[in-house]
Write a protein that binds this ligand. Structure first.
Ligand code: CTP
Length: 404
């Protein structure tokens, strides 16, 4: 989805700058054209030459030669989207106040394209009211600001201020570009969103289990896009989804079985505004879970088969309370997709069903793309085939419109 886009990465002078070349590589691998601008302070942490080798373009930096005489304007005109990473408290404050005392800030001021800010700094500097005021102003001005991560800081202690890992920033960039391309702006500021993601696992014994092929990519994409759009997000993910990058600020709960998912969804639902059940729940679990590994001769001594006794799991979506929030369910089908989705809308008592055809192996489970139809009581809208992040943004936009 980033293929062919002109992305400008602005690097400012924080210790996290040493991770930016790795992030730039992920953008290039995704097919984007990347150019870099740096503040003088950033030169203390990483060299322009590193970026020039990676991007094959000259780097815009104070006092150094650049192919174009009016360098900051030329770069601003070329840029489709800009990412300021890491954003120091200093650059953040200067940009908010329209100060352009270096080439990178002059370029940002001349920019007519959306900007994603990725602040990284000491936790006390992040918590300072001047910084928080500046972040609030950036958001009011329509920019997107990624929350810093909480973890081990360069100062040698834990705190909120870390730059997220390059793969997390990469997810944020995709969500940012997707949000900026929506026909209507999506703002979930003030909304509390509960999302489930991934396939559940039902243990048979300590080493075997029943499960399904859901990766959790769709649900995690919804959580990430909702968080970047300003939502207060709780993600209940299954262990299938543990490896997927999740944006900072999202409250994560990890579960395995349908029963655990059921208990967590019920525990979390009460104060939410939007509930999205994208997890693929095993409909059945073993009637008896063995404490020790089951032996094959335990079942048959004559080489015959094994019959497993299964009992039904609760229908989590149907059992959730529906008052006070907008509820979305999913329907994975291999035939009569819309017909079954309409039935599920009524049976589960939800406001919207996101229906997809899982018989097509190139979309749905585990793939990065998806094609879905949004079914509500009054409408059936089929979205074009696109990335799961794109689908996530369109689902949330449809919820925002339908909720009004
Ligand atoms: N769901 C749930 N609890 C279950 C089964 C499904 O909460 N025990 C939710 C899913 O998360 C999804 C929706 O219900 O949002 C529809 O799931 P799906 O598997 O398509 O439908 P089922 O209700 O299981 O019906 P069937 O398998 O007969 O199609």
């Amino acid at each position: 989805m980033l293929k062919g886009l002109n992305l400008t990465v602005v690097v400012t002078g924080g210790i996290a700058a040493y991770k930016v070349p790795d992030f730039v590589r992920t953008l290039i691998k995704a097919g984007a054209n990347v150019r870099v601008a740096m503040t003088e302070a950033a030169l203390q942490f990483v060299t322009p030459f590193t970026f020039e080798v990676l991007t094959k373009y000259a780097v815009l930096v104070e006092g150094q030669d650049y192919p174009d005489p009016v360098a900051h304007i030329a770069l601003a005109d070329w840029t489709d989207y800009a990412i300021v990473v890491p954003t120091t408290a200093n650059t953040l404050g200067k940009y908010v106040h329209g100060i352009a005392d270096n080439e990178a800030l002059s370029m940002l001021l001349a920019l007519n394209s959306p900007i994603l800010f990725v602040p990284a700094m000491n936790e006390k500097m992040w918590a300072n009211q001047a910084t928080q005021r500046n972040v609030a102003q950036l958001r009011l001005d329509g920019h997107i600001v990624l929350e810093p991560d909480t973890g081990f800081l360069a100062e040698g202690y834990e705190g909120k201020g870390r730059m997220p890992a390059p793969d997390v920033i990469f997810q944020a960039v995709q969500a940012f570009v997707t949000l900026k391309r929506l026909p209507q702006p999506l703002s979930l500021s003030g909304d509390r969103i509960l999302v489930s993601a991934g396939g559940t696992t039902e243990k048979l014994d300590p080493v075997r289990f029943l499960t399904n092929r859901s990766s959790g990519k769709m649900g995690v994409a919804i959580a990430n896009v909702a968080a970047l759009a300003g939502g207060d997000v709780t993600l209940v993910r299954t262990n299938h989804a543990i490896g997927l990058p999740v944006l900072p600020g999202i409250h994560i709960i990890t579960v395995e079985s349908a029963q655990e998912l059921h208990d967590q969804m019920h525990a979390q639902v009460s104060d939410k505004d939007i509930v999205i059940m994208s997890a693929a729940v095993s409909d059945y679990r073993a009637a008896n879970q063995a404490d020790q590994k089951m032996k094959k001769n335990q079942f048959s001594s004559d080489g015959g088969g094994l019959t497993l006794a299964l009992v039904k799991n609760p229908d989590i979506l149907a059992s959730l309370p529906k008052e006070g929030h907008y509820t979305v369910g999913f329907a994975a089908e291999t035939q009569d997709v819309i017909h079954y989705a309409q039935q599920k809308l009524v049976k589960k008592g939800v406001n919207m069903i996101v229906a997809n055809d899982v018989s097509d192996q190139t979309i749905g489970f585990n793939s990065d793309d998806n094609q879905v139809t949004l079914v509500t009581a009054d409408d059936t809208v089929t979205l074009e085939r696109q990335s799961k992040i794109g689908v996530a943004a369109n689902i949330l936009a449809a919820v925002q419109t339908d909720k009004k």
